[in-house]
Design a protein around this ligand. Sequence first.
Ligand SMILES: [Cu+2]
Length: 195
Amino acid sequence: MKGKPVAVLAVVFVLTLTASAGSISGKVSGVSGESVVYVDTIAGKTFPPPAEHPVIDQRGLLFQPHITVVLVGTTVDFLNSDKVAHNVFWPSVMQGSKKLPGKNLGTWPTGEKRAFKFEQTGVAALLCNVHPEMAGYVVVAPTPYHTVTDKTGNYKIDNVPDGDYNVVAWHEGAKTSTKAVKVAGDTKGDFTVTK
Ligand SMILES: [Cu+2]
């Protein structure tokens, strides 16, 4: 039992070292409305997808939320809360300039949902073939360090371990912007994106 306090101290020390997580915050300017900001692929790192399924609701003839960002491997539940039937499809998944095949999940009535697991990174532009005015986005990010900005472009990503990253800002219809960010505690990262 004599060695125990030393062991406890060692554990506390290791926990302190690994807990040195910071944040990235800033603003996406050059466009109006929500953008997505995420830490790009980290060499040699993969992340387990969350057990919980984010929900994209079809309500009031809209995809709600309009933009959803998930970690690759996440299963999304597409719910229909309207009184009319909706369809969900995306013609392709854009992975940078690479166009990957899309998916048609079919059409289903009120109160039902269908699940889809997003296994590739990229951007899926959601459409409904019943209501051509409906549009939404799923951005599939390679890391769990991601967020959707507020409507004025401000964002904060919490719990990012200190380190060097490429951080990506995505905005509907604009050129994606990437910059190197060295995270050490609370770190700033501002972006300007252009159409
Ligand atoms: Cu619809």
